[in-house]
Design a protein around this ligand. Sequence first.
Ligand code: GAR
Length: 207
Amino acid sequence: MLAVFASGNGSNFEALAGAGRSGALGGTIAALFSDRPDSRACECARALGIETVCPPVGRFRTRIEDERTWLDALHARRVGCVLLAGFMRRIHATLLDAFPERILNIHPSLLPAFPGLDAIARAFDHGARVTGCTVHLVDAGLDQGAIVAQAAIEVREGDTLEALEARMHEAEHALYPSAVRRFLTEPWRREGRRLVFESRAGEKHRA
Ligand code: GAR
């Protein structure tokens, strides 16, 4: 069972849920977990008939004060893998230790460039000619975990931030479900920082 954590708009959650429905995710989404019961992500989950779970977050803005309440809710739903999709709180030891190499995130840059907040705008303002999105394992560092998949996006002459953001979201919605499927269904191993799939890269999108 999979859980998606989202805080905001929920477009990546929708893409994951759509892939889940059509059997293209390699797993079933048991619930959407959110720190924002009023978010569009929660509205989407309700509209899709996916359980919405909003455990307490406590006093802090950038973390969950007591992750054990979230962990209990995950265990109660037999969740084996967590997908962060625009979840704007850092994950700490209680959840990381309970799900070693089982928490994924999508980030709107080609990591290790532009970790953290406002990554699309920072790449644009920096004058990057190529940016993109990254699906990676979550560890204790900020957007530091092993890279599972990336997609590149060209920054065009005359591009606007809005146009780049739109192409970024489109790329994310394609990349995240396919990366999750590959991660869940193909054997892989770690070689230092690298996450290495046993099958050849060219075979990844054939399924
Ligand atoms: C996405 O672009 C995602 O990559 C980003 O937040 C957006 C959420 O959109 N996540 C981060 O910046 C995490 N560091 P969504 O709510 O429509 O899926």
